[in-house]
Ligand binder design. Structure first.
Ligand code: NCD
Length: 327
């Protein structure tokens, strides 16, 4: 069976969250709207709702994670789901079991949802496709980051953060600074920013860290490539910094981390080029002194820790939308 948009069922409803590519503005706003009351719930003494009571959610993280895995777990627990964290290093995947055999075995344990992070781009799609072709579309798949392809819940929590501080997407200048080439976060952010109508999006970094496809993307959308940081940050409302993803780089793409910091590291002096009320975001993990100076990371314009907190509410919104019976 060939799946054109495996995320949607015949009625156009979201059944998996694999990518923000192809999701409408309405669906994105619907998820962000659903997250608002969940954010308020964080202030309550009892942080529990019964929306996913009796559901089993399996966290399958084949790659390292701190924020994403933990906030998915907290989100599922706040919705009263049973959460099973598979320790991949001690699971049978380490004995050579294939990904789909692992999935079949967990499905046989009455799984309701898989939250998947994998170093290979497309792994969550493969799982969703396998479930569809074997008639098990009632098991939902959420992509928690696949290779350098996509990280949809990160993109959504970043949009939630922007909307929280800046309200109207259609008035903004957003600068993405750093290793865009290897960043699944940047890809998800770009799809969302374009869909939500941001009129100016700047991709800021050295030629070696910008995708060759950037030029093609520019023709389509409100994108601009800036190799010069001054031009890239001038008048920006939102500055999103990205980690140098050395583990995904093949060959030397930069002279040295020190040189990179000099040209593109976000210092208070460089940030002063943006609007005075600009917000600074970072998906984490941060490398202080490489892509961001501590004075900025800990400064009053940084919203890096609120991003993490909002991530819980946004993941609750996604999981309840998929498996909560439309509540
Ligand atoms: C990112 C990731 O793993 O894609 N972090 C995250 O999920 N918050 C970004 C990165 O690794 O740099």
């Amino acid at each position: 069976m060939h799946l054109t948009n495996p995320q949607l069922n015949d009625h156009g409803e979201l059944i998996h969250l694999l990518s923000l590519d192809g999701l409408s503005r309405e669906i994105i706003h619907d998820i962000l709207d659903r997250a608002v009351p969940f954010t308020a719930m964080a202030e309550c003494a009892v942080k529990k709702l019964p929306l996913l009571r009796g559901k089993s959610i399996f966290n399958l993280f084949f790659e390292n994670s701190t924020r994403t895995r933990t906030t998915f777990e907290i989100a599922a627990k706040r919705l009263s789901a049973d959460v099973i964290n598979l320790n991949i290093n001690t699971s049978s995947a380490a004995k050579g079991e294939t990904l789909l055999d692992t999935v079949d075995n967990l499905a046989a344990m009455q799984a309701d949802m898989f939250v998947v992070r994998h170093a290979s781009s497309g792994a969550p799609y493969l799982i969703a496709q396998h479930l569809a072709t074997t008639g098990r579309n009632h098991i939902h798949v959420v992509n928690a980051g696949d290779g350098s392809h996509s990280h949809p819940t990160q993109g959504l929590l970043d949009m939630y953060t922007i909307r929280h501080y800046k309200r109207d997407f259609t008035q903004l200048t957003v600068a993405l600074v750093g290793d865009i080439l290897h960043s699944r976060v940047a890809r998800s952010q770009l799809h969302a920013l374009v869909t939500l109508g941001v009129p100016e999006i700047r991709l800021v970094g050295p030629k070696t860290l910008l995708p060759a496809a950037a030029a093609r993307m520019i023709e389509k959308g409100p994108l601009r490539v800036c190799h010069d940081i001054t031009e890239g940050l001038k008048g920006a409302d939102v500055v999103m910094t990205l980690r140098l993803q050395n583990e995904r780089m093949q060959g030397a793409l930069l002279p040295s981390p020190q040189e990179y910091f000099k040209s593109y590291g976000l210092t208070p002096e460089k940030l002063a080029l943006a609007k005075p009320d600009a917000i600074v975001m970072h998906p984490g993990p941060m490398n202080r002194g490489i892509e961001i100076d501590s004075a900025v990371a800990d400064g009053k314009q940084a919203v890096i820790l609120p991003q993490v907190t909002f991530g819980i509410a946004v993941r609750m919104a996604v999981m309840s939308m998929l498996a909560g019976g439309g509540q």
